[in-house]
Design a protein around this ligand. Structure first.
Ligand code: ATP
Ligand code: MG
Length: 331
């Protein structure tokens, strides 16, 4: 049986990278898989979130999923903290996962930064909770951006160790689904850093709730170089910011980078940025409009999340029961 699970953190500022690396795939997969899409609020609090903001951001994330094309009648859409099995299985995985494994996780190193002693312990065990999110539903496939590949490998290690330790065939070895184009959108200010919600610079990313003027301004200010576009994408080597803009154009139009380069060969980035702005605005403005419409009806969003949580709990309950029995918990 095939089942898809994925999620994003309601840490504010849903952006173009989330759309191109994740949401857009989620939508396509709805036709061929049973899909569970989660707003992972428990992950979000691994770094400080103001409680009132977290409420608004959680609704905004759900609105972004729906606006991008997730159909809550068909797929399951809910927020993580409403299904207690995530926390329960995460605890068991804290005891299966190894310190050595977590110590290799690059996201922790990036997010904890220099002041590691002051990072929350939640941020450290985040990958164990992510494994629990996925395996609570015995999900076989997880569509994510490239930055999550390492966490998916850890999920497989945890699944395998659990199965071995307890002598059961409980968990599948989950496969990531990573798109070719759009899997790693970089910051508009720095071609070596990924576009992130948590980047303090507003000019580093295009937010899904940016209007046309904001998109135009951010693309105009995006870092580039004075060289024109080459005929082939491989000739963009050593020009990470230029490559990123070409990659965004390719992902938004479902084309290859080579075909984009061929079309714009010899033109400078001032010209190319105008074309990119047009494409970005035409793709994103319907999503932005729909997000705003949905956010204006928070009761409706909350009801969708509640119903989704009930459906998710119904799938999780028998799996969690088997897990507890395998571990040796009475109940
Ligand atoms: P944060 O900075 O709070 O971690 P984020 O921007 O990394 O936020 P997440 O909620 O952690 O967003 O990730 C949600 C999904 O979006 C994941 O599947 C992740 O791989 C994908 N994603 C995040 N950033 C990018 C990006 N720059 N390019 C492509 N996919 C991305
Ligand atoms: Mg992230």
């Amino acid at each position: 049986q095939n089942r898809v699970f994925s999620g994003a953190q309601p840490s504010g500022n849903m952006h173009l990278g989330n759309y191109l690396g994740a949401f857009r795939n989620w939508v396509k997969l709805q036709d061929s898989f049973e899909c569970i899409y989660c707003v992972v609020d428990m992950h979000a609090i691994t770094v400080w979130q103001d409680p009132a903001d977290l409420v608004a951001q959680t609704r905004e994330a759900a609105a972004a999923y729906i606006a991008a094309g997730v159909n809550p009648e068909k797929s399951i859409l809910f927020n993580q903290s409403q299904v207690s099995g995530h926390a329960e299985l995460a605890w068991i995985f804290n005891c299966v996962s190894r310190l050595g494994w977590l110590n290799r996780m690059t996201q922790f190193k990036d997010k904890a930064g220099k002041n590691r002693e002051n990072a929350s312990t939640g941020l450290y065990v985040y990958p164990n909770l992510m494994a629990a999110d996925i395996l609570l539903y015995q999900a076989t496939h997880v569509p994510v951006g490239e930055d999550q590949k390492q966490h998916l490998e850890l999920t497989r290690d945890i699944a395998q160790k659990f199965n071995n330790d307890f002598g059961v065939e409980m968990f599948p070895l989950t496969e990531p689904i990573i798109q070719e184009e759009g899997a790693r959108i970089m910051s508009l200010r720095d071609g070596s850093a990924k576009m992130s919600k948590s980047d303090p610079s507003e000019y580093s990313r295009i937010n899904l709730n940016d209007d046309a003027d904001a998109i135009a301004l951010k693309i105009r200010k995006a870092k580039t170089d004075p060289e024109p576009l080459p005929a082939l994408a491989k000739d963009l080597e050593g020009r990470p910011e230029a490559l990123n803009l070409v990659g965004i154009y390719a992902a938004l139009t479902d084309r290859t980078r080579d075909s984009v380069c061929t079309e714009f060969e010899g033109q400078g980035f001032a010209e190319f940025k105008k074309a990119l702005t047009d494409v970005a605005v035409s793709k994103l403005s319907p999503i932005t409009g729909e997000m705003r419409r949905l956010i204006a009806a928070p009761d409706h969003i909350d009801a969708v999340l509640r119903q989704g949580a009930e459906r998710a709990s119904a799938i999780a309950a028998p799996i969690l029961k088997d897990v507890k029995k395998a571990v040796g918990f009475i109940g």
